[in-house]
Design a protein around this ligand. Structure first.
Ligand code: DGL
Length: 276
């Protein structure tokens, strides 16, 4: 694995964050704060969004195709699959297919189980993730004996991806209040954000859930894993050169909201990556 990584040139290659849409952006932001010497690039697979409603083979094909194409454009030295759905479904295949280090994002069930006092955990994720054997295994391995309920929240994913900039704070709070009604009513005291999109609503989620319910995500674990991997492959860059580019898949010009998301996260809109 990786043969020519000792050159300065190779270390200057970017770290790629990938998601079906904009969900991976808060993860990129978190990593960038701790790795200031790295260049970060982002690809949103707009063409195949949403992954959560697709079959396993459809998701695998979509992820492979996107990674293959962006590899040609940006030649990343490490790839973060900043999408729980894609990680759960395709991470091990990606590792065998591409000669690159991968970091995945999966629901933070273990830390959540360690925190939960009354043993009641709610995992919010996409339909695919909630049904996948991978999540079932995570729960069996790390939260045995706890009451864990999975909530498929595809509507919330759509809302974040498509309506984020067109809605007021009050509309966001209203949507979350009805989405999280059952979580609050049944006194879950820990909520796992098992879909990266939900982190874009972190502030509103905290407001709706209140102080007594703990919200858990996997940003710390993911950033630490990126650092560890870069160090172990001798790939850490000390000084950054080049722009942090933001791409979407497809051929049509990106919708305005992608430009707004790129700006919000300090990335440069860099256009499209064709999948054909
Ligand atoms: N952001 C993705 C995740 O973490 C899923 C969004 C989608 O359904 O495409 O699972």
């Amino acid at each position: 694995m990786i043969t020519d990584n000792n050159s300065m040139e190779y270390r200057k290659r970017p770290v790629l964050f990938f998601d079906s849409g904009v969900g991976g952006l808060p993860y990129l932001l978190h990593a960038r704060k701790q790795l200031p010497g790295e260049r970060f690039v982002y690809l949103a697979d707009r063409v195949n969004f949403p992954y959560g409603e697709k079959t396993v083979p459809e998701i695998r094909n979509a992820v492979f195709r996107s990674i293959e194409r962006i590899n040609r454009v940006e030649k990343p030295k490490l790839i973060v699959i900043a999408c729980n759905t894609a990680s759960v479904v395709a991470l091990s295949d990606l590792r065998s297919k591409f000669n690159l280090p991968f970091v995945g994002v999966v629901p933070a069930v273990k830390p959540a189980a360690d925190f939960s006092d009354n043993g009641k955990l709610a995992v919010l994720a996409t339909l695919r993730t909630t049904e996948d054997i991978y999540l079932k295994k995570l729960i069996d391995d790390f939260a045995a004996g706890k009451e864990v309920k999975r909530f498929a929240e595809g509507n919330l994913v759509q809302f974040v991806e498509k309506k984020f900039f067109d809605t007021s704070k009050q509309e966001k709070l209203d949507l979350l209040s009805s989405t999280l009604h059952e979580v609050k009513k049944n006194k879950y005291n820990t909520v796992v954000l098992g879909c990266t999109h939900f982190l874009l609503m972190e502030e509103e989620l905290r407001e709706v859930l209140g102080e007594k319910i703990r919200i858990v995500d996997s940003r710390d674990g993911v950033t630490n894993q990126i650092k560890r991997m870069l160090e172990s492959y001798n790939l850490i860059s000390k000084s950054k050169t080049g722009e942090d580019n933001f791409y979407v898949t497809g051929n049509d010009p990106p919708e305005k909201r992608y430009k707004l998301f790129a700006e919000k996260f300090g990335l440069i809109p860099a256009g499209t990556v064709s999948l054909v």
